[in-house]
Ligand binder design. Sequence first.
Ligand code: NAP
Length: 502
Amino acid sequence: MGDECCNSGCKPCLLDPDDGDIPDLLNYIDGEFTTAASEEWLNDLSPVTGMRIARVPNSNEDDIDAAVTAARSALPEWAAFSREERATWLDKIADALEVRSEEVAQLESLDTGKPITLARSVDAARSIANFRFFAEQVREFTPETFEMTNATNHVIYKPVGVAGLITPWNLPLYLLSWKVAPALAMGNTVVAKPSELTPMTASLLAEIIDDVGLPAGVFNLVHGTGINAGSALTSHHDVDLISFTGGTATGAAVAASAASNFKKLSLELGGKNATIVCADADLDATIPGVVRAGFLNQGQVCLCGSRILIEESIYDEFVGKFLTAVNDMPVGDPSDPDTTLGALVSSDHLEKVMSYITLSQEEGGRILAGGNKPEGIPEQFANGNWLSPTVIEGLSPESRCATEEIFGPVVTLHPFADEEEALAIANATDYGLAGSVWTRDLEKGKRIAEGIDTGMVWVNTWLHRDLRTPFGGVKHSGVGREGGRWSLSFYSHAVNICLYDE
Ligand code: NAP
């Protein structure tokens, strides 16, 4: 492995002269681990040190084509397995992931900069749970029958075919497994393209799938950029389905590309979610909930409550207590179990988030906390992508900072007079993914929740997930739903067979 920059168009990187042991992650195509056809590499950089921690293949349309060909030829055999047999394969993958769950957490923390405690409790745990959950779902799945006079309708569910799965960097294996498990459960074969910024756990999944002996070609992994590998997958004529999670602008490009041969499409996109705090909320429970909603994963969760709407009669009291809690958050070394806020994923992303903080000043905002690099970051992490949890008030609810997705540890505060105004502010964005309402009055909470134009709303909690429930957004936050039977339905074609019987 050379020590020169790969010159593949990525951000200039710091090369550690002692990095001779860094791994080369490989594609996994037709049951074989391979380099890219181009033999080019991309650098995977640590968010914490800026140093190179791995290289990934800079794949292009040739690699995607090989993966799609493998997935196509594996399809008849895989589709012919019974649901019970496929569920057993998912359980085997879950078992093998569970054995290596600490490794999953360590790799996820290393690759994303997130705290190890979060990587353990959320990323690793949920990746295992996704395989187990869909194994159980597909076992319990009962196709419908509809009786009518002289006939019975039997609905059968066929695999869609070759599924192209594209995932982002914020919850790498969590989101990849959320797609791979139901796709395989319903008899599809898979070509996965994870974010090149966080490729490590996708590679670990390929290793596990190889170890458990899933038939070759059923699961294929192609690393690379969105421009080269991602767009080759969405435009490939022999891919039948695209499930994409990522930014809204990319989602629009994916939708246009996938439309060329009418691929089945699911888009899980960005969010600019409102957290509505009513005057009657129990602040002792609400403040920790609102802090978590604003800053979990450095604010890099599509569901994060980045706009906090506070009833004006408690505005000052809320803001005082909220700032105390925000300023108490330990920021720094992700491997320290006490850390609650790690580094942002990349220097490019940090730059984007910082540009919004600058913009907030031009838009009339006042920074109440953060806005800069946290103090006390050790020397060895000086080149990491650090930002203190940032709180801004005084912005118009229509300002760009209050309506565009920043996707970092930045929240804006907005007072409201009554429910009507709270809903007007909450809905004053093109996004429509999620939201939360905090009140002691559950009737009022439900009423406000019903008025928010999003796909999901929590009352007195946030990110409290039952995997059987529908997950997805409206407006510019997405098309379609994932979760439970919604995923099983997306990853299959329903076919009605009407048996006439005089
Ligand atoms: P992104 O830039 O849109 O990238 C997502 C994935 O798409 C990556 O694998 C990316 O590859 C790939 N890609 C980029 N351009 C492509 C193209 N033209 N064709 C096909 N694939 C392409 O998003 P991100 O920055 O990774 O993730 C953050 C975004 O994801 C935020 O907006 C967040 O809200 C959203 N998100 C939504 C959900 C949800 O469930 N609604 C969940 C998590 C995150 P590269 O990395 O190589 O560019």
